[in-house]
Design a protein around this ligand. Structure first.
Ligand code: ATP
Length: 359
């Protein structure tokens, strides 16, 4: 594909700090695209509380159709817990991930100097299954995977399938292959003999196609402990949905908190969705202090993925330019937000990234 290929990228701001960190991400991506010669058509797609106020629904009619025309999009955090209790106020996450079969949530954790990391040398990526597991809004076709047959009994259903496990395992093996060729399976098949058992067995089936990747296993509770004590001993990790959700927040805590936790939701190759690990952080919204790293880095990951996936050198070049800017900003307290030992506002950090991209 030629460098002239135009990428169509959606902008879905989401809620609260999403109205700050998503525009910041678009700003840095636009600057990098101009420097790299990557043409991008940006498409605003209303979603979340603002969409409810403006269009009467948190995911207005036509949203999925519009997204189907895109190469990927940047999704800001969704603060659905604060939505009014009306049928039009839904949480769009499960619908987006399901509709586009975004079964793997790729969440890297990396140390940077002087930002308050608990270890200086962490560089791992957790690949979290995204569409089944314990998440009751994702693991059934109709109804909910959680129900209350009597007032004092609640049943939560966890769904594990060979297909879902194989898809996320394959994605994780491919990532492991592109890194240090080591993949750790995290599970608890000592207790969940059938569910985690199926996940682990399926991962080993997929492993046959990746003889160059060394596989090991860690039980999830041990993993929670080892992530704190020796996170350097992990490279690529794959796990089921809920375990991945918890472990990625724990991993973020090792390297400066949720502002340092980016993510990319991927499927079989059609599109990808940049989505940071953090929520909409209403406590800091509108104060120009939210750390934009997680969303900007998620955006960089999107262009890196598109560059590899579509064979677009200019998109890869964008990714490199953004990385240069991010690294430069993170290197000085003057261009870091307070959560990562800095003195800058969010806008100053974004400016630091833009300046760093040019250097
Ligand atoms: P969700 O369940 O939707 O993921 P959450 O309950 O984990 O959300 P968040 O909204 O992620 O909550 O916020 C948790 C804490 O982390 C809050 O104190 C918030 O201010 C902080 N936080 C989240 N994102 C950022 C960020 N980008 N920069 C700085 N602090 C952040």
């Amino acid at each position: 594909m030629s460098a002239e290929h135009v990428l169509k990228i959606g902008i879905l701001e989401g809620d609260d700090i999403g109205h700050e960190v998503v525009p910041a991400s678009v700003k840095t991506a636009k600057a990098a695209a101009q420097m790299a010669g990557q043409k991008i058509e940006w498409v605003d797609v209303p979603i979340g509380r603002k969409a409810l106020d403006d269009h009467g629904h948190t995911m207005p009619d036509g949203t999925l159709e519009t997204l189907k025309t895109l190469d990927g999009w940047i999704l800001g955090p969704i603060g659905h817990r604060e939505y009014p209790k009306v049928p039009e106020a839904i949480n769009p996450h499960p619908i987006l991930r399901k509709t586009f079969d975004l079964f793997a949530n790729v969440r890297p954790t990396r140390s940077f100097p002087d930002i308050g990391c608990l270890h200086d040398d962490i560089d791992l990526v957790i690949v979290r299954e995204n569409n089944e597991g314990f998440q009751p809004d994702r693991n059934v076709v109709m109804g909910s995977g959680e129900f209350r047959p009597t007032h004092d009994v609640t049943i939560s259903v966890r769904v594990i399938t060979t297909e879902g496990s194989a898809k996320v395992a394959r994605a994780a093996f491919e990532i492991a292959r592109s890194r240090k060729k080591r993949l750790t399976l995290v599970h608890k098949n000592t207790v969940y003999k059938l569910g985690c058992g199926m996940f682990v067995d399926t991962c080993y089936e997929v492993a046959k196609d990746f003889p160059d990747v060394v596989v090991d296993e860690v039980i999830v509770d041990t993993m929670a402990m080892r992530l704190v004590r020796d996170p350097q001993s992990f490279d690529t990790v794959v796990t089921t949905n809920m375990f991945g959700d918890i472990l990625t927040d724990e991993a973020a805590g090792l390297v400066g908190g949720l502002g340092m936790a980016p993510g990319l939701c991927i499927g079989r190759g059609a599109i990808a969705m940049a989505q940071a690990t953090h929520g909409s952080a209403p406590d800091i919204a509108g104060k120009d202090i939210a750390n934009p790293f997680a969303m900007i880095e998620s955006t960089r990951m999107l262009f890196d993925w598109l560059g590899h996936n579509r064979g677009l050198p200019a998109a890869l070049s964008m990714s490199n330019i953004m990385k240069r800017g991010i690294d430069a900003a993170l290197a000085s307290p003057d261009t870091r937000t307070p959560d990562i030992c800095g003195t800058a506002s969010q806008s100053q950090m974004v400016q630091g990234i833009l300046d760093g991209m040019k250097s």
